[in-house]
Design a binder for this molecule. Structure first.
Ligand SMILES: O=C(O)CCC(=O)C(=O)O
Ligand SMILES: [Fe+2]
Length: 239
C-alpha cells in the first residue's frame, strides 16, 4: 500500500512528464470534435487574449463514466496513477466535507451525502511561460460551479489570482465560490492538477435543509435542477 504522499508525488511527476512530451505524443489523447475530455486548448473560445493553457480534461468518477481511451499512457504508469490519485482526492474531499459540516454545526451525513458517489472531473493544466504575459491568458475569470475543487500545484510558479467572492448554494452562502483566473509567468512554466467534485441531492442544486434548519435561515438560493444549473453556470462562467 502506497502512502498518500507517494501517490501525490507520482501524480505531480507523471503530469510534468506528460506535458514535457512532444506535441505529437500528447495528441494521441486529443479532444475530439464536439468532445470535452482529452488534451487540447480548452479555453480558446474566449475572445481578446491568446489562450496559453494546454490542458487534459477527464472524468474520473464514477468509473463507468470514464473514457479510458482519452487517458494518457505516457508515462506508462499514468493511468494507474490517475486512478489512485482520484481515489485519494475522493477521500480527501469526504474528510473536508465532514469538517465543513462540523463547522456549519450540522450532522456530517447531511453534507457528505450531497457528495457521495457523485461525479469527479479532473483538469491537468500546463501554462508555458510567455515573454509578453499581458498578451495572453491562462484561464479567464470564472467560478468553478461544482461542489468542491481541490488544487494541486506541481511547481511553485505563481499565477492563480483570486478576485472576489461569488456564491455557494449548498451551504446557503456560508461557503463561497470564489472567482479566480490564471495569469502567465514571463519566464517560468506552471503546472497544476485540479479535481472538481460535484454535489447535489436528488438531482437538485439547493441549500441543504439541515443547514437552513440549524441557522433558522431562509433559503437564499432557489432550488434548481442540476442540468439547468450546469447550463447556466458554464454558459456565463468561462466567457
Ligand atoms: O491552474 C490553476 O491554478 C487553476 C485552474 C482553474 O481555475 C480551473 O481549472 O478551473
Ligand atoms: Fe477554476
Amino acid at each position: 500500500m502506497e502512502s498518500n504522499e507517494q501517490v501525490v508525488n507520482e501524480m505531480k511527476d507523471s503530469t510534468a512528464r506528460f506535458f514535457s512530451l512532444p506535441l505529437e505524443s500528447k495528441k494521441t489523447v486529443a479532444v475530439r470534435e464536439n468532445g470535452i475530455e482529452g488534451f487540447g486548448h480548452h479555453y480558446s473560445r474566449v475572445s481578446g487574449k491568446l489562450d496559453w493553457a494546454e490542458s487534459v480534461i477527464l472524468v474520473t468518477q464514477p468509473i463507468q463514466d470514464r473514457n479510458p481511451e482519452l487517458w494518457p499512457t505516457n508515462p506508462s504508469s499514468f493511468r494507474d496513477t490517475l486512478d489512485k490519485f482520484s481515489i485519494e482526492m475522493t477521500s480527501l474531499t469526504m474528510r473536508t466535507v465532514g469538517f465543513m459540516a462540523a463547522d456549519l454545526g450540522v450532522e456530517q451525513e447531511a453534507l457528505v451525502r450531497a457528495f457521495r458517489g457523485r461525479r469527479q472531473n479532473m483538469s491537468l493544466h500546463h501554462y508555458p511561460p510567455c515573454r509578453h504575459p499581458d498578451k495572453v491568458i491562462g484561464i479567464t475569470p470564472h467560478t468553478d460551479g461544482l461542489g468542491l475543487t481541490v488544487l494541486l500545484q506541481v511547481d511553485d510558479t505563481p499565477g492563480l489570482q483570486i478576485k472576489k467572492d461569488g456564491t455557494q448554494v449548498l451551504t446557503n452562502g456560508a461557503y463561497r465560490s470564489v472567482e479566480h483566473r490564471v495569469l502567465i509567468h514571463a519566464r517560468k512554466s506552471r503546472t497544476t492538477v485540479v479535481m472538481f467534485h460535484d454535489a447535489h441531492i436528488d438531482g437538485m442544486v439547493q441549500p441543504i435543509q439541515e443547514v437552513l434548519k440549524h441557522n433558522g435561515a431562509e433559503a437564499r438560493y432557489r432550488s434548481i435542477e442540476k442540468l439547468e444549473y450546469m447550463k447556466g453556470h458554464f454558459s456565463v462562467g468561462r466567457e
